[in-house]
Every structure is written in C-alpha cells, then in structure tokens.
Design a protein around this ligand. Structure first.
Ligand SMILES: CC(C)(COP(=O)(O)OP(=O)(O)OC[C@H]1O[C@@H](n2cnc3c(N)ncnc32)[C@H](O)[C@@H]1OP(=O)(O)O)[C@@H](O)C(=O)NCCC(=O)NCCS
Length: 149
C-alpha cells in the first residue's frame, strides 16, 4: 500500500468521491455535501493499493500555530479493519509534527472512538450530533509534553 498526497484534478475527484461514499451517502446527503471551505488549504493523504485509486483518505488542518485537527477520515468498506486508517493517522500526525503542532484534536463518530483511542487520543467531551443521528466526541492527542513546549 502506498501513502500518497493527491495532486491532480483526477486524484482529488476520486478522493472526494470516497469521502462522499463513506461519510455522506449512507445518510442520503447530496454530492457536494462532502466538501468543506478549508479543503483548499488543508493537507490531504490517500492510501492506494494500485495506481492512484484511493482506498482510504484523511485530512489535516491547523486551528492555530500549535493545534492541528484531523477530519474526514474514511476507509472504503471492504478495506476497513486492515490497518489502512492507522496508516492515514501516522501520515497526518507526521505532517502535524513537522509543521510544529503540539497537539491534535478531532471529533470522532461514536463508532470510531475506540479506533482513535488505540491511536492515542483521549475523549475531552461529547460534541455535536450530525444528521440528527451520529454522536461525536471531541478527542485530543498531545504530541509534546508540557516541558517540551
Ligand atoms: C474508522 C476508520 C477510519 C478506521 O480505519 P480502519 O482502516 O478501519 O482501522 P484500522 O484497521 O487501522 O484499525 C485499527 C484498530 O482500531 C480498531 N477499531 C476500533 N473501532 C474501529 C472501527 N469503528 N472501525 C475499524 N477499526 C476499529 C481495530 O480493531 C484495530 O485494532 P487492532 O489493530 O487491535 O486490530 C474506518 O473504519 C472508517 O472509515 N469507518 C467508517 C467511516 C468513519 O467512521 N470514519 C471516522 C469518522 S470520525
């Protein structure tokens, strides 16, 4: 499996298609609902098995100088539970560290909380309810100890 950064128009088309398929379509959300204002300034990664067809994707942006945030993690149905999500997290965290993050936050869907716990994130609080259905939890991982900041 390869960890790639989408670059061409075709890459991004496939990238957003997967985001929509996994995170929006099951809740009958229209095409386009997967897009977000910060996409153009965020860092994106896609995991590909062959060619540049993504089987897993994720995004990182910065909220301020030292706080990064991961969003839109999605692994294609048939590839879930095979380590793809962990590969995405590793690539996004590496980037966050390189760019000076002290910590990373995310809003986890209830079903994915234990995945993020395995990756070192801790629940801070219950956050929002998406589509009147999916409870989210705000989670955080410290990348540096207080003494290193
Ligand atoms: C959540 C998701 C990104 C995880 O990616 P993945 O490739 O399936 O996860 P991995 O195979 O790297 O799993 C790593 C570990 O987390 C565990 N885990 C806990 N909850 C999990 C979940 N909901 N899905 C998959 N793995 C989960 C696995 O058992 C595995 O543990 P192990 O290494 O001890 O076997 C992926 O399953 C997904 O896209 N789910 C649907 C969309 C979604 O919920 N996205 C998150 C939005 S916040």
């Amino acid at each position: 499996m390869k960890v790639l950064v989408p670059s061409s128009e075709e890459d991004f088309q496939r990238y957003y298609e997967l985001r929509w398929k996994i995170l929006r379509k099951p809740w009958n959300q229209p095409l386009g609902s997967e897009l977000n204002d910060l996409d153009c300034t965020s860092y994106h990664v896609m995991i590909c098995e062959k060619d540049r067809i993504p089987i897993g994707i994720g995004r990182l942006h910065f909220n301020d100088t030292h706080e990064a945030q991961i969003r839109y993690m999605a692994v294609d149905d048939e590839y879930q539970g095979k380590g793809v999500g962990t590969l995405i997290m590793d690539a996004l965290e590496k980037r966050a560290k390189e760019k000076g993050a002290y910590n990373i936050i995310l809003n986890a869907r209830e079903i994915a909380v234990s995945f993020y716990t395995k990756n070192g994130y801790k629940i801070e609080k219950k956050s929002y309810l998406l589509f009147n259905d999916i409870q989210h939890y705000k989670m955080r991982k410290l990348l540096k100890n207080l003494s290193e900041m």
